[in-house]
Design a protein around this ligand. Structure first.
Ligand code: OGA
Ligand code: MN
Length: 296
């Protein structure tokens, strides 16, 4: 039962989607939360996997302080888009300054889980909306989430057995090359430039959530290139099946942004995708990411 129904939470929780997504209100993130309130936020986050705090007027420092309560923050490898004063803040934006991008313009083009190309991928991402594009009274640039936990649960038993113990390659460079070729807002990298980016990471195809113990599908279209120790054709077929399975509408929650939303998602329990329906309007967001444990 959600905590608000028990009457125990020091804030209000409004579920948003069927499987994932909740709004937490009556909370002020400008101030450090008492431990008991923070613990209740963490529990709500584990339960809903995607939570939004609306109307939070937060400085970068305040977002960093809140994010750090969940664990150490990551510094993104694309350092040109890290905030110069606070490198833990990564800019996701289509705004150009003097003709140059000030942030990543193609974050979230493919379904993915953040920083899964690292040995210790992101546990939680916090994205803060500074400028949200709007047209005819509606906001644009939604972010869509899919429950990798519910998608795992629904797999037929024989498929669960087939996937048990399999490991897959998650590649930053493969993603980079693909985006450079497809969208043209990234440079083509030579071998020397590539060598500066992270090497591929190997993670289980099905991972166990470190807090809830639930199993989740942990391969994603954006980064996973291959399942190891099986024939290439079988790897391709399994990956295509899993990518299509996990991203079905029935597993999704679609977040419609408002300025001053702080949205937080669990990169083990969900995958996400950005919508690109707003050019030439501006969309400007800032993100912090919390390092998680090695997936198992
Ligand atoms: C991200 C991301 C999606 C979006 O910041 O990790 O994937 O909608 N963003 O901007
Ligand atoms: Mn992302």
């Amino acid at each position: 039962m959600p905590r608000d129904e028990i009457g125990a939470t020091p804030f209000a929780v409004q579920p948003q989607g069927k499987l994932i997504g909740a709004e937490i209100s009556q909370i002020d993130l400008t101030q450090p939360l008492p431990d008991s309130v923070f613990d209740a936020v963490s529990e709500t986050f584990d339960q809903y996997s995607v939570v939004v705090f609306r109307d939070q007027d937060l400085t970068g420092e305040q977002r960093i302080a809140f994010s750090k309560r969940f664990g150490p923050l990551q510094i993104n490898v694309r350092s040109e888009f890290n905030n110069p004063r606070h490198p833990e803040i990564y800019t996701v934006s289509n705004i150009l300054k003097d003709g140059k991008p000030i942030g990543s313009q193609d974050a979230g083009r493919y379904w993915h889980s953040d920083l899964c190309y690292l040995e210790k991928p992101t546990k939680a991402s916090m994205l803060y909306a500074i400028e949200v594009p709007r047209r005819e009274g509606a906001s644009l640039g939604d972010t869509v989430f899919a429950s990798a936990r519910a998608a795992y649960d629904d797999l037929p038993q024989d498929m669960k057995q087939r996937l048990e113990g399999l490991r897959a390659v998650n590649s930053y460079n493969a993603m980079f090359d693909r985006k450079a070729a497809q969208f043209g807002v990234r440079p083509k990298l030579n071998d020397e430039a590539k060598s500066k980016y992270p090497k591929d990471a190997i993670h289980p195809v099905i991972r166990t959530h470190p807090n809830t113990g639930e199993k989740c599908i942990y391969v994603c279209e954006g980064y996973t290139t291959q399942i190891l120790d099986i024939p290439e054709a079988e790897s391709r077929e399994l990956l295509e099946f899993l990518f299509a399975h996990v991203t079905q509408p029935k597993y999704q929650y679609r977040h419609s942004w408002r300025k001053a939303d702080l949205l937080m998602w669990d990169n083990c329990a969900v995958q996400h995708l950005a919508s690109f329906d707003y050019a030439p309007l501006h969309r400007h967001m800032e993100r912090t990411t919390v390092e998680g444990s090695v997936p198992y």
